[in-house]
Design a protein around this ligand. Sequence first.
Ligand code: SF4
Ligand code: SF4
Length: 421
Amino acid sequence: MKNGAKNDEGSCVKCGTCNTVCPVYLVTGNEIHTPRGKQHLKSGIEKGEVSSHYADIFSKCLLCGACLEACPRNLDTPQLIITVRSQLPGLSGLSFLKYVSRKALVHPSLLSGLTRIGTAANLLLGGWLPQDSGLRLRLQGFEQEAFKLPARGYIEKLKAELPEDKERQESEANSGMSFFTGCLANHLQPEIAESTQLLVAKTTGCKADVPLEQTCCGMAALAAGRIDEARDLARKNIMAFEANDFPILTSCSSCYFQLKSYHELFDDDPEWRERAVRFAERLQEFSTFFLEKFSEKNETLLPADTGPGKKVLYHDPCHLRFKLHITRAPRELINLLPGIELQELPDGPRCCGQGGLFQLAHPDLARQVQDMLMADYAKLSTQTVLTACSGCLLQWQLGLAAEDNGGKAEHLAIFIARLLQ
Ligand code: SF4
Ligand code: SF4
Protein backbone atom coordinates (compact mmCIF):
# COMPACT_ATOMS: atom_id res chain seq x y z
CA MET A 1 0.00 0.00 0.00
CA LYS A 2 1.20 3.51 -0.73
CA ASN A 3 2.95 4.88 2.33
CA GLY A 4 1.07 7.54 4.23
CA ALA A 5 -2.14 7.18 2.21
CA LYS A 6 -5.03 8.79 4.04
CA ASN A 7 -8.29 10.65 3.66
CA ASP A 8 -8.53 12.57 6.87
CA GLU A 9 -5.73 15.09 6.35
CA GLY A 10 -5.49 17.64 3.60
CA SER A 11 -8.21 17.63 1.08
CA CYS A 12 -8.73 16.94 -2.55
CA VAL A 13 -7.37 19.81 -4.62
CA LYS A 14 -9.52 18.66 -7.55
CA CYS A 15 -6.50 18.37 -9.83
CA GLY A 16 -8.15 15.50 -11.73
CA THR A 17 -5.00 13.37 -11.96
CA CYS A 18 -7.00 10.42 -10.62
CA ASN A 19 -9.64 10.79 -13.33
CA THR A 20 -7.13 9.96 -16.04
CA VAL A 21 -6.48 6.50 -14.57
CA CYS A 22 -9.91 5.49 -13.22
CA PRO A 23 -11.27 2.61 -15.37
CA VAL A 24 -14.87 3.41 -14.41
CA TYR A 25 -14.59 7.06 -15.45
CA LEU A 26 -12.81 6.02 -18.64
CA VAL A 27 -15.91 4.09 -19.73
CA THR A 28 -18.69 6.32 -18.32
CA GLY A 29 -17.10 9.76 -18.77
CA ASN A 30 -19.29 10.91 -15.87
CA GLU A 31 -17.67 13.13 -13.24
CA ILE A 32 -19.80 11.62 -10.47
CA HIS A 33 -18.00 8.29 -11.01
CA THR A 34 -14.51 9.73 -10.63
CA PRO A 35 -12.37 9.34 -7.52
CA ARG A 36 -12.46 13.15 -7.35
CA GLY A 37 -16.26 13.05 -7.32
CA LYS A 38 -16.27 10.54 -4.48
CA GLN A 39 -13.81 12.65 -2.51
CA HIS A 40 -16.15 15.59 -3.04
CA LEU A 41 -19.10 13.62 -1.64
CA LYS A 42 -17.12 12.78 1.48
CA SER A 43 -18.13 16.03 3.20
CA GLY A 44 -21.83 15.24 2.70
CA ILE A 45 -21.33 11.85 4.29
CA GLU A 46 -19.48 13.36 7.23
CA LYS A 47 -22.49 15.65 7.76
CA GLY A 48 -24.87 12.67 7.49
CA GLU A 49 -26.44 14.04 4.30
CA VAL A 50 -26.82 10.69 2.59
CA SER A 51 -29.56 9.32 0.38
CA SER A 52 -29.82 5.85 -1.10
CA HIS A 53 -28.42 7.39 -4.30
CA TYR A 54 -25.04 7.31 -2.54
CA ALA A 55 -25.08 3.51 -2.64
CA ASP A 56 -25.15 3.65 -6.40
CA ILE A 57 -22.34 6.18 -6.64
CA PHE A 58 -20.14 4.31 -4.18
CA SER A 59 -20.86 0.98 -5.88
CA LYS A 60 -19.25 2.25 -9.06
CA CYS A 61 -15.69 1.49 -8.06
CA LEU A 62 -13.48 -1.52 -8.80
CA LEU A 63 -11.27 -0.87 -5.75
CA CYS A 64 -8.38 -1.19 -8.19
CA GLY A 65 -6.15 1.36 -6.45
CA ALA A 66 -5.14 3.26 -9.62
CA CYS A 67 -6.37 6.57 -8.16
CA LEU A 68 -4.44 6.07 -4.93
CA GLU A 69 -1.27 5.44 -6.91
CA ALA A 70 -1.83 8.58 -9.01
CA CYS A 71 -3.01 11.04 -6.36
CA PRO A 72 -0.38 13.68 -5.46
CA ARG A 73 -2.13 14.23 -2.10
CA ASN A 74 -2.02 10.52 -1.20
CA LEU A 75 -5.81 10.41 -0.85
CA ASP A 76 -6.97 6.83 -0.38
CA THR A 77 -10.23 6.79 -2.33
CA PRO A 78 -10.60 2.96 -2.28
CA GLN A 79 -10.44 3.02 1.53
CA LEU A 80 -12.97 5.88 1.58
CA ILE A 81 -15.29 3.75 -0.56
CA ILE A 82 -15.03 0.71 1.72
CA THR A 83 -15.72 2.93 4.74
CA VAL A 84 -18.78 4.49 3.09
CA ARG A 85 -20.08 1.05 2.05
CA SER A 86 -19.75 -0.15 5.65
CA GLN A 87 -21.62 2.92 6.92
CA LEU A 88 -24.49 2.81 4.44
CA PRO A 89 -26.97 0.91 6.66
CA GLY A 90 -26.63 3.58 9.33
CA LEU A 91 -26.57 6.48 6.88
CA SER A 92 -29.23 5.56 4.34
CA GLY A 93 -30.93 2.49 5.80
CA LEU A 94 -29.70 0.38 2.88
CA SER A 95 -26.82 -2.08 3.16
CA PHE A 96 -24.39 -2.13 0.28
CA LEU A 97 -24.96 -5.82 -0.28
CA LYS A 98 -28.71 -5.36 -0.39
CA TYR A 99 -28.19 -2.63 -2.96
CA VAL A 100 -25.96 -4.90 -5.06
CA SER A 101 -28.45 -7.79 -4.82
CA ARG A 102 -31.31 -5.55 -5.93
CA LYS A 103 -29.26 -4.31 -8.83
CA ALA A 104 -28.40 -7.85 -9.84
CA LEU A 105 -32.00 -8.99 -9.69
CA VAL A 106 -33.36 -6.24 -11.88
CA HIS A 107 -30.66 -6.61 -14.50
CA PRO A 108 -32.02 -8.41 -17.57
CA SER A 109 -28.84 -10.25 -18.56
CA LEU A 110 -28.28 -11.39 -15.01
CA LEU A 111 -31.87 -12.52 -14.75
CA SER A 112 -31.62 -14.54 -17.93
CA GLY A 113 -28.36 -15.97 -16.62
CA LEU A 114 -30.04 -16.87 -13.36
CA THR A 115 -32.86 -18.70 -15.12
CA ARG A 116 -30.37 -20.72 -17.10
CA ILE A 117 -27.90 -21.49 -14.39
CA GLY A 118 -29.23 -24.97 -13.67
CA THR A 119 -27.56 -27.56 -11.55
CA ALA A 120 -24.09 -26.09 -11.49
CA ALA A 121 -25.29 -22.80 -10.03
CA ASN A 122 -27.57 -24.47 -7.53
CA LEU A 123 -24.64 -26.50 -6.36
CA LEU A 124 -22.28 -23.56 -6.34
CA LEU A 125 -24.47 -21.09 -4.57
CA GLY A 126 -26.53 -23.64 -2.66
CA GLY A 127 -24.49 -26.36 -1.06
CA TRP A 128 -21.07 -26.40 -2.68
CA LEU A 129 -19.49 -23.16 -1.60
CA PRO A 130 -19.24 -22.43 2.13
CA GLN A 131 -21.40 -19.56 3.34
CA ASP A 132 -18.35 -17.43 4.08
CA SER A 133 -16.61 -17.93 0.73
CA GLY A 134 -16.10 -14.70 -1.20
CA LEU A 135 -16.66 -16.70 -4.38
CA ARG A 136 -20.36 -16.91 -3.52
CA LEU A 137 -20.61 -13.18 -4.01
CA ARG A 138 -18.39 -13.05 -7.04
CA LEU A 139 -20.06 -15.87 -8.95
CA GLN A 140 -23.60 -14.60 -8.66
CA GLY A 141 -23.09 -12.36 -11.64
CA PHE A 142 -21.52 -14.88 -13.96
CA GLU A 143 -23.10 -17.26 -16.43
CA GLN A 144 -22.69 -20.19 -14.11
CA GLU A 145 -22.88 -22.94 -16.69
CA ALA A 146 -19.33 -21.92 -17.60
CA PHE A 147 -18.12 -23.64 -14.43
CA LYS A 148 -17.49 -27.32 -14.16
CA LEU A 149 -17.39 -28.43 -10.58
CA PRO A 150 -14.59 -30.68 -9.40
CA ALA A 151 -15.66 -33.91 -7.70
CA ARG A 152 -14.33 -32.51 -4.44
CA GLY A 153 -12.72 -29.29 -3.28
CA TYR A 154 -8.97 -29.37 -2.61
CA ILE A 155 -9.16 -29.17 1.19
CA GLU A 156 -12.15 -31.55 1.30
CA LYS A 157 -10.04 -34.06 -0.59
CA LEU A 158 -7.13 -33.59 1.80
CA LYS A 159 -9.44 -34.17 4.76
CA ALA A 160 -10.77 -37.36 3.20
CA GLU A 161 -7.25 -38.64 2.57
CA LEU A 162 -5.96 -37.54 5.97
CA PRO A 163 -3.42 -40.00 7.35
CA GLU A 164 -3.43 -41.00 11.00
CA ASP A 165 -2.80 -38.15 13.40
CA LYS A 166 0.79 -39.04 14.23
CA GLU A 167 1.76 -39.46 10.59
CA ARG A 168 0.06 -36.17 9.71
CA GLN A 169 1.82 -34.30 12.51
CA GLU A 170 5.18 -35.64 11.36
CA SER A 171 4.47 -34.67 7.78
CA GLU A 172 3.42 -31.16 8.87
CA ALA A 173 6.53 -30.73 11.00
CA ASN A 174 8.77 -31.73 8.07
CA SER A 175 7.18 -29.52 5.46
CA GLY A 176 8.77 -26.17 6.41
CA MET A 177 6.15 -24.27 4.39
CA SER A 178 2.42 -23.60 4.69
CA PHE A 179 -0.03 -22.98 1.87
CA PHE A 180 -3.07 -20.67 1.79
CA THR A 181 -5.14 -21.86 -1.17
CA GLY A 182 -7.85 -19.18 -1.55
CA CYS A 183 -11.43 -20.02 -2.55
CA LEU A 184 -10.90 -20.54 -6.28
CA ALA A 185 -8.09 -23.09 -5.87
CA ASN A 186 -9.89 -24.71 -2.97
CA HIS A 187 -13.44 -25.02 -4.30
CA LEU A 188 -13.55 -24.55 -8.07
CA GLN A 189 -10.16 -25.08 -9.69
CA PRO A 190 -8.18 -27.39 -7.37
CA GLU A 191 -5.65 -27.98 -10.14
CA ILE A 192 -4.25 -24.55 -9.16
CA ALA A 193 -3.52 -25.88 -5.65
CA GLU A 194 -2.19 -29.19 -6.99
CA SER A 195 0.12 -27.41 -9.45
CA THR A 196 1.34 -25.06 -6.72
CA GLN A 197 2.13 -28.06 -4.53
CA LEU A 198 4.03 -29.64 -7.41
CA LEU A 199 6.12 -26.49 -7.83
CA VAL A 200 6.79 -26.38 -4.08
CA ALA A 201 7.88 -30.03 -4.13
CA LYS A 202 10.16 -29.49 -7.14
CA THR A 203 11.79 -26.35 -5.76
CA THR A 204 12.00 -27.12 -2.02
CA GLY A 205 11.86 -30.92 -1.88
CA CYS A 206 8.85 -30.93 0.45
CA LYS A 207 5.10 -30.63 0.26
CA ALA A 208 3.52 -27.52 1.79
CA ASP A 209 1.36 -28.02 4.84
CA VAL A 210 -2.27 -26.95 4.25
CA PRO A 211 -3.96 -25.96 7.53
CA LEU A 212 -7.43 -27.42 7.23
CA GLU A 213 -9.19 -24.67 9.21
CA GLN A 214 -8.25 -21.91 6.74
CA THR A 215 -11.13 -20.07 5.13
CA CYS A 216 -11.92 -17.27 2.66
CA CYS A 217 -9.44 -14.35 2.85
CA GLY A 218 -12.36 -11.93 3.36
CA MET A 219 -11.71 -9.57 0.46
CA ALA A 220 -15.23 -9.86 -0.96
CA ALA A 221 -16.73 -9.25 2.49
CA LEU A 222 -14.58 -6.13 2.90
CA ALA A 223 -15.49 -4.89 -0.60
CA ALA A 224 -19.15 -5.21 0.45
CA GLY A 225 -18.44 -3.05 3.51
CA ARG A 226 -18.98 -6.02 5.86
CA ILE A 227 -16.02 -5.17 8.04
CA ASP A 228 -17.03 -7.37 11.02
CA GLU A 229 -17.31 -10.37 8.73
CA ALA A 230 -13.89 -9.58 7.21
CA ARG A 231 -12.47 -9.41 10.76
CA ASP A 232 -13.96 -12.79 11.67
CA LEU A 233 -12.45 -14.39 8.59
CA ALA A 234 -9.09 -12.77 9.36
CA ARG A 235 -9.10 -14.15 12.92
CA LYS A 236 -9.94 -17.66 11.65
CA ASN A 237 -7.10 -17.59 9.14
CA ILE A 238 -4.56 -16.18 11.56
CA MET A 239 -5.45 -18.91 14.09
CA ALA A 240 -5.38 -21.62 11.41
CA PHE A 241 -1.73 -20.83 10.65
CA GLU A 242 -0.44 -20.29 14.18
CA ALA A 243 0.47 -23.94 14.84
CA ASN A 244 3.94 -23.23 13.39
CA ASP A 245 5.91 -20.28 12.07
CA PHE A 246 6.52 -21.55 8.53
CA PRO A 247 6.44 -19.12 5.60
CA ILE A 248 2.92 -19.02 4.13
CA LEU A 249 2.69 -19.28 0.36
CA THR A 250 -0.41 -18.01 -1.45
CA SER A 251 -1.32 -18.81 -5.05
CA CYS A 252 -3.81 -15.92 -5.37
CA SER A 253 -2.61 -12.32 -5.70
CA SER A 254 -5.80 -10.79 -4.28
CA CYS A 255 -5.75 -13.15 -1.30
CA TYR A 256 -2.10 -12.23 -0.75
CA PHE A 257 -2.99 -8.53 -0.67
CA GLN A 258 -5.92 -9.11 1.69
CA LEU A 259 -3.94 -11.37 4.06
CA LYS A 260 -1.08 -8.88 4.06
CA SER A 261 -3.51 -6.10 5.06
CA TYR A 262 -5.18 -7.92 7.97
CA HIS A 263 -3.57 -5.64 10.56
CA GLU A 264 -5.58 -2.71 9.14
CA LEU A 265 -8.76 -4.47 10.30
CA PHE A 266 -7.58 -4.37 13.91
CA ASP A 267 -6.70 -0.73 14.51
CA ASP A 268 -8.60 -0.83 17.82
CA ASP A 269 -7.41 -4.25 18.93
CA PRO A 270 -3.67 -4.31 19.75
CA GLU A 271 -3.55 -8.06 20.44
CA TRP A 272 -5.06 -9.08 17.10
CA ARG A 273 -3.18 -6.36 15.29
CA GLU A 274 0.09 -7.81 16.59
CA ARG A 275 -0.96 -11.35 15.58
CA ALA A 276 -1.94 -10.02 12.12
CA VAL A 277 1.46 -8.32 11.73
CA ARG A 278 3.27 -11.56 12.63
CA PHE A 279 1.04 -13.46 10.20
CA ALA A 280 1.76 -10.94 7.41
CA GLU A 281 5.52 -11.22 7.94
CA ARG A 282 5.31 -14.91 6.99
CA LEU A 283 3.41 -14.40 3.71
CA GLN A 284 5.06 -15.25 0.41
CA GLU A 285 3.72 -13.87 -2.85
CA PHE A 286 3.52 -16.57 -5.56
CA SER A 287 5.70 -15.16 -8.36
CA THR A 288 8.27 -13.58 -6.03
CA PHE A 289 8.68 -16.88 -4.16
CA PHE A 290 9.05 -19.04 -7.28
CA LEU A 291 11.27 -16.51 -9.07
CA GLU A 292 13.74 -16.88 -6.22
CA LYS A 293 13.44 -20.68 -6.14
CA PHE A 294 13.73 -21.13 -9.90
CA SER A 295 16.61 -18.66 -10.14
CA GLU A 296 18.50 -20.84 -7.66
CA LYS A 297 17.72 -24.10 -9.43
CA ASN A 298 16.93 -22.99 -12.96
CA GLU A 299 19.32 -25.19 -14.88
CA THR A 300 18.41 -28.39 -13.15
CA LEU A 301 14.64 -27.90 -13.00
CA LEU A 302 13.49 -26.46 -16.29
CA PRO A 303 13.49 -28.32 -19.61
CA ALA A 304 16.00 -27.31 -22.31
CA ASP A 305 15.13 -24.34 -24.51
CA THR A 306 13.79 -25.67 -27.81
CA GLY A 307 13.92 -22.36 -29.67
CA PRO A 308 11.14 -19.90 -30.52
CA GLY A 309 8.00 -21.06 -28.84
CA LYS A 310 4.83 -20.05 -27.21
CA LYS A 311 3.83 -16.39 -26.82
CA VAL A 312 2.00 -15.43 -23.64
CA LEU A 313 0.51 -12.32 -22.06
CA TYR A 314 0.92 -11.81 -18.34
CA HIS A 315 -2.06 -9.99 -16.79
CA ASP A 316 -1.22 -7.70 -13.86
CA PRO A 317 -3.80 -7.99 -11.06
CA CYS A 318 -4.54 -4.46 -9.82
CA HIS A 319 -3.88 -5.48 -6.22
CA LEU A 320 -0.31 -6.44 -7.08
CA ARG A 321 0.29 -3.64 -9.56
CA PHE A 322 -1.00 -0.57 -7.73
CA LYS A 323 -1.06 -1.56 -4.10
CA LEU A 324 2.02 -3.74 -3.73
CA HIS A 325 3.99 -2.73 -6.85
CA ILE A 326 4.81 -6.33 -7.74
CA THR A 327 5.08 -6.26 -11.52
CA ARG A 328 8.63 -7.34 -12.28
CA ALA A 329 8.75 -10.67 -10.44
CA PRO A 330 6.00 -12.39 -12.49
CA ARG A 331 7.61 -11.19 -15.73
CA GLU A 332 11.07 -12.30 -14.64
CA LEU A 333 9.64 -15.67 -13.63
CA ILE A 334 7.99 -16.13 -17.05
CA ASN A 335 11.19 -15.01 -18.78
CA LEU A 336 13.04 -17.85 -17.03
CA LEU A 337 10.81 -20.37 -18.78
CA PRO A 338 12.45 -21.84 -21.88
CA GLY A 339 10.66 -21.37 -25.19
CA ILE A 340 8.21 -18.83 -23.77
CA GLU A 341 7.98 -15.32 -25.17
CA LEU A 342 6.32 -12.67 -23.05
CA GLN A 343 4.20 -10.07 -24.84
CA GLU A 344 2.97 -6.73 -23.48
CA LEU A 345 -0.24 -4.84 -24.21
CA PRO A 346 0.35 -1.86 -26.55
CA ASP A 347 -0.79 0.73 -23.99
CA GLY A 348 0.40 -1.11 -20.91
CA PRO A 349 -1.56 -3.16 -18.34
CA ARG A 350 -5.30 -2.61 -17.88
CA CYS A 351 -7.88 -3.58 -15.26
CA CYS A 352 -9.96 -6.65 -16.23
CA GLY A 353 -13.21 -5.21 -14.82
CA GLN A 354 -13.81 -7.85 -12.15
CA GLY A 355 -13.31 -5.66 -9.09
CA GLY A 356 -14.85 -7.73 -6.31
CA LEU A 357 -18.59 -7.11 -6.45
CA PHE A 358 -18.39 -4.55 -9.24
CA GLN A 359 -19.07 -7.22 -11.86
CA LEU A 360 -22.20 -8.19 -9.95
CA ALA A 361 -23.50 -4.66 -9.38
CA HIS A 362 -22.65 -3.29 -12.81
CA PRO A 363 -22.21 -6.07 -15.38
CA ASP A 364 -22.54 -3.63 -18.29
CA LEU A 365 -19.81 -1.35 -16.98
CA ALA A 366 -17.64 -4.35 -16.08
CA ARG A 367 -18.01 -5.58 -19.64
CA GLN A 368 -17.05 -2.17 -21.03
CA VAL A 369 -13.92 -2.12 -18.87
CA GLN A 370 -13.13 -5.65 -20.00
CA ASP A 371 -13.81 -4.78 -23.66
CA MET A 372 -11.01 -2.17 -23.59
CA LEU A 373 -8.66 -4.86 -22.34
CA MET A 374 -9.89 -7.38 -24.91
CA ALA A 375 -9.40 -4.87 -27.72
CA ASP A 376 -5.75 -4.45 -26.70
CA TYR A 377 -5.32 -8.21 -26.28
CA ALA A 378 -6.65 -8.77 -29.82
CA LYS A 379 -3.70 -6.75 -31.17
CA LEU A 380 -1.24 -9.33 -29.82
CA SER A 381 -0.18 -12.56 -31.48
CA THR A 382 -0.85 -14.70 -28.43
CA GLN A 383 -3.87 -16.65 -27.30
CA THR A 384 -2.54 -17.49 -23.84
CA VAL A 385 -3.08 -15.25 -20.83
CA LEU A 386 -1.36 -15.98 -17.54
CA THR A 387 -2.13 -14.49 -14.16
CA ALA A 388 -2.11 -15.44 -10.49
CA CYS A 389 -5.27 -13.68 -9.26
CA SER A 390 -8.50 -15.66 -8.82
CA GLY A 391 -10.82 -12.79 -9.74
CA CYS A 392 -8.81 -11.75 -12.81
CA LEU A 393 -8.49 -15.37 -13.91
CA LEU A 394 -12.26 -15.91 -13.74
CA GLN A 395 -12.90 -12.67 -15.58
CA TRP A 396 -10.43 -13.56 -18.34
CA GLN A 397 -11.74 -17.12 -18.64
CA LEU A 398 -15.30 -15.88 -19.05
CA GLY A 399 -14.30 -13.05 -21.40
CA LEU A 400 -12.30 -15.38 -23.64
CA ALA A 401 -15.06 -18.00 -23.62
CA ALA A 402 -17.50 -15.31 -24.82
CA GLU A 403 -15.11 -14.29 -27.63
CA ASP A 404 -14.87 -17.97 -28.65
CA ASN A 405 -11.62 -17.48 -30.60
CA GLY A 406 -9.47 -20.15 -29.00
CA GLY A 407 -7.94 -17.86 -26.35
CA LYS A 408 -7.17 -19.40 -22.99
CA ALA A 409 -6.43 -17.96 -19.55
CA GLU A 410 -4.50 -20.03 -17.04
CA HIS A 411 -3.06 -19.68 -13.60
CA LEU A 412 0.72 -19.30 -13.69
CA ALA A 413 1.08 -22.36 -11.44
CA ILE A 414 -0.70 -24.64 -13.91
CA PHE A 415 1.27 -23.28 -16.86
CA ILE A 416 4.66 -23.72 -15.18
CA ALA A 417 3.80 -27.13 -13.66
CA ARG A 418 2.93 -28.46 -17.13
CA LEU A 419 6.37 -27.41 -18.41
CA LEU A 420 8.04 -29.35 -15.61
CA GLN A 421 6.17 -32.60 -16.20
S1 SF4 B 1 -5.68 13.06 -7.73
FE1 SF4 B 1 -6.15 13.27 -5.52
S2 SF4 B 1 -6.14 15.50 -5.16
FE2 SF4 B 1 -6.30 15.21 -7.41
S3 SF4 B 1 -8.52 15.20 -7.83
FE3 SF4 B 1 -7.92 13.07 -7.50
S4 SF4 B 1 -8.29 12.67 -5.31
FE4 SF4 B 1 -8.28 14.92 -5.60
S1 SF4 C 1 -10.18 2.42 -7.02
FE1 SF4 C 1 -10.12 2.28 -9.29
S2 SF4 C 1 -12.26 2.23 -9.95
FE2 SF4 C 1 -12.25 2.95 -7.80
S3 SF4 C 1 -12.25 5.20 -7.94
FE3 SF4 C 1 -10.09 4.52 -7.79
S4 SF4 C 1 -9.37 4.32 -9.94
FE4 SF4 C 1 -11.65 4.41 -9.98
